[in-house]
Design a protein around this ligand. Structure first.
Ligand SMILES: [Zn+2]
Length: 266
């Protein structure tokens, strides 16, 4: 009986091991599958130039100058100047509340996580002032399961199709107020409660365009989340199953900065 008990324990241990194995090999093969093309890599960042859509009121946003040329120097280098919040960029927690992490202080671990994609293209198409509600997040969870801790939650509004047309992308009215969709404060509170690492969107701001209090910025950044803005076309991302690598510039003391965002698709 004792021997049977021991082998029973052994079988239970094996069963536990096998349930753990697939998860480990899953991420392992996801990275290993990149060179062969088994894993697709999507680049969710726009190339940086002086042709992108700046925030209204920003008159100087990007400049690049040739520093050395092949003809003159035998090699080619440039210098460049840009705003921290221009093009596809990351808002560090320090962007709004004082005393929070600057872009260089965000723990590297927080920059990797599963992508949760909430598709609101239909709602955004009907209403440019659409705000993602908490109920919509809960509806997503009914279909896909609870949003995991350390997830990066992306709002897919379809606004990337307007990029880089300044007029269409900002969608300003006669008074200069912008109209594009975003997260609501209630949704932000729920996602903070889920302990996600960051929020992202394919628009100019995490808050909807007509916002004047930037409540989502205050809430999310205040809770230590980072924000990804002006992400490129998200249409190829599944609602779950992609893995994100978020690589912002490591600018000491920065309120944010340009970011390269990669999505890995198994
Ligand atoms: Zn920003």
């Amino acid at each position: 009986m004792a021997a049977f008990g021991r082998s029973g324990t052994f079988i239970v241990c094996l069963a536990v091991l096998f349930t753990l194995l697939p998860q480990n090999t899953h991420h392992h093969t996801m990275l290993e599958g990149i060179p062969s093309g088994k894993t697709r890599v999507l680049d969710l960042s726009y190339a940086i130039s002086d042709k992108l859509v700046p925030w209204p009121g920003d008159e100087k946003f990007f400049e690049a100058k040739v520093n050395a040329s092949i003809e003159k120097n035998g090699y080619f280098t440039r210098s460049f100047w840009m705003l921290e919040h221009y093009g596809t960029h990351l808002d560090a927690p320090a962007h709004f509340p004082p005393g929070k992490a600057t872009v260089d202080q965000i723990p590297a671990k927080q920059l990797f996580g599963p992508a949760v994609v909430i598709d609101v293209r239909a709602e955004s198409g009907k209403d440019a002032d659409y705000q993602l509600g908490a109920a919509r997040v809960e509806a997503w969870e009914k279909g896909h399961g609870r949003i995991p801790e350390e997830a990066i939650v992306l709002l897919r509004t379809g606004w990337a199709s307007r990029w880089p047309d300044v007029r269409k992308y900002r969608n300003q009215d006669e008074k200069g107020k912008m109209h594009f969709p975003g997260f609501s404060a209630e949704a932000a509170k729920l996602l903070i409660d889920r302990k996600v690492s960051g929020l992202g969107c394919d628009t100019l701001s995490i808050d909807h365009g007509a916002s004047s209090d930037y409540s989502v910025h205050h809430l999310a950044l205040g809770a230590g989340l980072y924000q990804l803005e002006n992400l490129a076309d998200l249409s190829e991302l599944p609602e779950t199953g992609a893995f994100l690598i978020v690589a912002p510039i490591k600018l000491e003391g920065g309120s944010g900065g340009p970011v390269r965002v990669f999505a890995l698709l198994p």
